[in-house]
Design a protein around this ligand. Structure first.
Ligand SMILES: *Cc1c(COP(=O)(O)O)cnc(C)c1O
Length: 421
């Protein structure tokens, strides 16, 4: 079978054990057929179960009014519990170590309250250079809030000259060099721009050796690749649900707090009634007693209309399983690399800046184009591709295993090849 053909791509789709999940999603249309949607790293597609899930909550409200907190299929009072097991599966945690609440940047700040407690000697934060802006702003404002100066307190690790991505050895070296002044290592799981997946286990180990706390922003990692937050011993992590987790724009955030912290009621935090000891919550008494685990960081009652879509999507992830998704994801992205390599053999046009090694990336490839980049992107769009453009000239594409097909990847590569200036 010739690999570089549509029929070969279709054959791969036929053999795909997860192929039926594609039909669980709504696809934007282009000239009467599905778009080639490669933007799941930015906003995942809508699962068909979302509409009915929202409808069910509307009916719950219509039928029960306030009593919906205790009645019906999914009583609102306990709603966060209906998301915990699935979230734990996605990030490799114990059920009690995760909870869904608020939004990502909000949770990042809330967890900094507990895990960034700088002293005069130990106040520095290490992060990757070129982190997602919200993380940069969060770190800057946190160090300022504590009376430090970002230029002094924030250490950014950059790739070596002439390189696009970070080397784990450089990350570890920087962590250990700063062991006397380091308070926190705050890294992305997968960098949003390059698509590099960092060695979270090695970073955690080095950070702890340096006496620091370790937090990860998993916005581009959760639902993209299997994680082992508990076993790695990570202190805390946050993620959003609207990228790989397909839970809709502004969808709620998940967070992880390792059980060694979750079981410590004395760990400082900003408290609200939903984090209070469950059996006594409605006694409305003075004196905050946190629930055990990540649930003890909740502030407010659950945002049902954001969480219902999240649940619909999370249930699909559990059905598909992160290991199986990763397996397909690797095949899909390897296939794309292979096709781009073949195009480059004739004339080199598409520089993949994402690491080529499977273990160093998820679904996403970041393709550095030449000066024709904007016109190429427009051409792709006109031909039904939905991808993502980042200045100055990077196209980000993520064939996601939940709903993308090998045929999507093949057609995208053919468009790349056929584009001429
Ligand atoms: C997408 C993303 C965010 C977005 O933050 P919100 O609070 O959900 O708006 C933050 N950090 C990273 C690394 C992201 O990729």
């Amino acid at each position: 079978m010739i690999k570089n053909t549509l029929s070969y791509a279709r054959e791969l789709d036929k053999q795909d054990p997860l192929k039926q999940f594609r039909s669980e999603f709504h696809f934007p249309q282009h000239q009467g057929s599905n778009c080639i949607y490669l933007c799941g790293n930015s906003l995942g597609l809508q699962p068909k179960g979302v509409g009915p899930a929202l409808q069910r909550e509307l009916e719950q409200w219509q039928t029960f009014g306030v009593e919906g907190h205790f009645k019906g299929e999914l009583p609102w009072m306990y709603y966060h519990k209906f998301l915990q097991e699935q979230s734990a599966h996605i990030v490799g945690a114990k059920t009690e170590e995760v909870v869904v609440m608020n939004t990502l940047t909000t949770n990042l700040h809330l967890l900094m309250v507990s895990f960034y407690r700088p002293t005069k000697e130990r106040y520095k934060i290490i992060m990757e250079a070129g982190a997602f802006p919200s993380d940069q702003y969060a770190m800057e404002s946190q160090v300022k809030f504590h009376g430090f100066h970002p230029d002094d307190a924030i250490i950014e690790i950059s790739p070596r000259a002439g390189e696009e991505v970070l080397r784990t050895e450089d990350i570890i070296k920087t962590i250990l060099e700063n062991k006397d002044s380091l308070a926190l290592v705050m890294f992305a799981g997968v960098n949003y721009y390059t698509g590099q997946f960092f060695d979270l286990s090695a970073i955690t180990q080095a950070g702890h050796e340096a006496g620091a706390k370790i937090g990860f922003d998993l916005a581009h990692a959760a639902g993209n690749l299997p994680l082992q937050l508990h076993d790695w011993g990570v202190d805390f992590a946050v993620w959003c649900s609207y990228k790989y987790l397909n839970s809709g724009p502004g969808g709620p955030s998940g967070l992880f707090i390792h059980e060694r912290h979750g079981e410590n009621p004395d760990l400082p935090r900003f408290a609200g009634w939903w984090g209070h000891h469950e059996e006594e919550r409605f006694q409305m008494k003075k004196g905050f007693i946190p629930m055990k685990g990540a649930a003890g960081w909740q502030l407010s009652n659950a945002q049902i209309f954001a969480m219902a879509p999240h649940k619909a999507s999370l249930d699909l992830f559990v059905k598909a399983g992160m290991e199986r998704l990763r397996k397909k994801s690797t095949l899909l992205t390897n296939y794309l690399i292979q096709l781009i390599d073949e195009i480059n053999e004739n004339s080199f046009r598409f520089n993949i800046i994402t690491p080529r090694e499977e273990k160093d990336r998820g679904a996403q490839l970041s393709i550095l184009t030449g000066k024709e980049g904007p016109a190429l992107f427009e051409y792709l769009t006109e031909n039904g591709v939905i991808a993502d453009w980042r200045e100055p000239n990077v196209i980000r594409v993520a064939p996601v295993p939940m709903y993308n097909s090998f045929e999507d990847v093949y057609k995208f590569a053919r468009l790349l090849e056929n584009y001429s200036e």
